[in-house]
Design a protein around this ligand. Structure first.
Ligand code: AGP
Length: 586
């Protein structure tokens, strides 16, 4: 049991990595936990040797209480019989804690999670069986949660519940697993049930029971076969997931392009063309992918309204039944995006989801789903999911052109050539990116500049450098740089130009000259055939590409640069500090 839990934690570490812990039910409840990375904590506390019939494991991204041993999950009740792990935030934990303390419960941690263990204990004390006590506890808590709970007095059962935070069940032969995401269970099963908001239940080795509002749900019809293998979620010889995932892009783009469902794209394209307003809603890298798409829409005479998901309330008054939204999220679980989507749906907006995860909340709550086929992405920094999003949205643009009667053969050819060009880009730019990383490693700051559709590519490049190498990086429309940011430029200041938008190259070149005149060290992603290279201190040559695929090729060296800069500076790019792969708190 201990080894299974440790391996599951390793798979999950990308979701949070400031502390780790396990609980097993053997003859009684055994809990081992501490602050630190999974490997350290697992070795220190001998996770592998733990025996039991049921077990819980958790890796934490702190919300309430600092990362230390006491605050690490699992949390237990007063008697040390019940253990609970939880993702999300229990909003009313303070009042519950006060109430329970008043009834004599002793709290050990500062977390919101611990109230769940004591609530269940309290209701058991009042005479309820564990499941009834669990349900009553759920009725008392407010907020976002994915919860798993075991009770040493009922050792063959694990209880679970979900509201807003992702939770799945891996269905096996003679075993079942509750987990917060799919890669965790792939070593054991590909048969998965996505637990929905408001659902709770329990698993035993041979049974999965789910109910919502007291009504049992049919479980068998909800089992989905996941098209990912366990191998896809391992490093496969690469030192880091991030590097592996950058190198996987030719393949993930090939799978995504081959898997495009043109009928669905046509339906969505027609909806876009006849909509009153078109919203593009997403967070982080997914938002940048949305911005690349937003730059194409005026060509269809569509005025896009891009919305950073956490800012959706500003736009709520606009949302209307004649509107269409494209919601983009690799995980399909980002709470900001889900909240924005729900607000739109309530007001009648038709939603198309672009996501990488089958059965995710986003996919279930949207009217139409377009899947990217990047495979599991474990590195916290989005790489292959970003490029497959851009490719998918480029295909949606092509479908809209087609619907308008344009000849799209050239664009379709562009999409087909993309995997091969991506392969050449990774191979040809890795060396330069590595050399540049050595030069950048001591710098405090860098600019990423571009014009037109190169701006979101620059934004994505800057985000990558910040996320994994912890170098301050700012992206600007190149023309805007002289309205302020240029004041920071002095001798040697690294300025990275993105030349992925051919329509804006001349003007961008003027900005290169302005930066050079002030001593900047000018770097640029340039097409191999252009003569721009001569005008830069360090050109990074990418293969010549058409306009809808150039953003994809030009971002690849920027991903590589961020990766190598992180490694040069001695950081683990897979686990950047303070970040979690899927952000399920607002
Ligand atoms: C990307 O490198 C980041 N880790 C982050 O910005 C991410 O893109 C964002 O949290 C959105 O995630 P999603 O695509 O799963 O919704």
């Amino acid at each position: 049991m201990g080894e299974i839990l440790r391996r599951a934690l390793e798979r999950l570490e990308y979701r949070g990595y400031d502390s780790a812990g396990v609980a097993v039910v053997d003859r009684g409840l055994v809990v081992r936990k501490d602050a630190g990375k999974v490997a350290e904590v697992a070795t220190r506390y001998g996770f592998d040797s733990l025996q039991g019939v049921a077990g819980l494991a958790h890796t934490r991204w702190a919300t309430h209480g600092k990362p230390d041993q006491t605050n690490a999950h699992p949390h237990t009740d007063c008697r040390g019989v019940i253990a609970v792990v939880h993702n999300g935030i229990i909003e009313n934990y303070a009042e519950l804690r006060e109430e329970l303390a008043g009834r004599g419960h002793v709290f050990r941690s500062e977390t919101d999670t611990e109230v769940v263990a004591h609530l269940v204990e309290e209701y058991k004390r009042q005479g309820l069986d564990t499941f009834s006590a669990f349900k009553k506890a759920l009725s008392r808590i407010r907020g976002a949660y994915a919860i798993a709970l075991i009770d040493a007095e009922n050792p063959q059962v694990m209880y679970f519940a979900r509201n807003l935070s992702p939770l799945i069940i891996g269905v096996g032969d003679g075993f079942n697993i509750v987990a917060s995401d799919i890669p965790t269970v792939l070593d054991y099963t590909r048969r998965v049930i996505a637990v929905r908001d408001g659902e709770y239940g329990y698993i035993t080795p041979t049974e999965v029971y789910i109910e919502a509002d007291g009504v049992p749900h049919d479980v068998a019809s909800r089992i989905e076969e996941i098209p990912w293998s366990a191998e896809m979620a391992t490093k496969g010889g690469y030192p880091h997931f991030m590097l592996k995932e950058i190198y996987e892009q030719p393949e993930s783009l090939a799978t995504t392009v081959a898997g495009l469902e043109w009928r669905t794209l046509e339906t969505v394209a027609n909806a876009l063309l006849s909509a009153r307003n078109v919203y593009i809603v997403a967070a982080g890298s997914s938002y940048h992918a949305g911005l690349v798409f937003a730059h194409l829409l005026p060509r269809l005479k569509i005025t896009p309204i891009p919305i950073i998901a956490s800012e959706y309330t500003t736009y709520e008054n606009l949302f209307d039944k004649d509107d269409v939204a494209i919601a983009i999220s690799q995980s399909g679980e980002t709470i900001d995006t889900i909240k924005a989507l729900r607000s739109m749906r309530e007001r009648g907006v038709k939603i198309t989801a672009v996501t990488n995860v089958v059965g995710s909340t986003l996919s279930r709550e949207s009217d139409v789903v377009i899947y990217t086929r990047a495979g599991p992405e474990i590195g916290v920094a989005a790489t292959k999911t970003f490029t497959t999003q851009v490719a998918t949205l480029a295909a949606l643009f092509v479908a809209a052109l087609k619907a308008l009667g344009y000849d799209t053969a050239q664009y379709e050819h562009e999409l087909k050539s993309l995997p091969d060009l991506a392969r050449k880009t990774v191979e040809n730019t890795a060396g330069t990116a590595k050399d540049l990383a050595k030069r950048l490693k001591t710098r405090q700051s860098a600019y990423y500049l571009g014009r037109g559709s190169a701006v979101p590519v620059a934004m994505e490049g800057a985000l990558k450098l910040k996320e994994v190498a912890y170098i301050h990086a700012e992206a600007y429309p190149a023309g805007e740089s002289k309205h302020g940011p240029i004041a920071l430029v002095e001798e040697g200041f690294p300025t990275i130009f993105v030349f992925s938008d051919p329509a804006t190259r001349e003007k961008t070149l003027s900005n290169v000259a302005e930066m050079k005149a002030r001593g900047a060290y000018t770097i640029g992603t340039v097409s191999a055939k252009s003569d721009i290279a001569k005008k830069l201190d360090l050109p990074i040559e990418v293969p010549e590409a058409g306009e809808i695929t150039a953003p994809i090729l030009h971002v690849i060296p920027l991903q590589l640069l961020a990766y190598f800069a992180a490694v040069e500076r001695g950081y683990d790019p897979d686990k950047p500090r303070n970040l979690a792969k899927t952000v399920t708190v607002e």
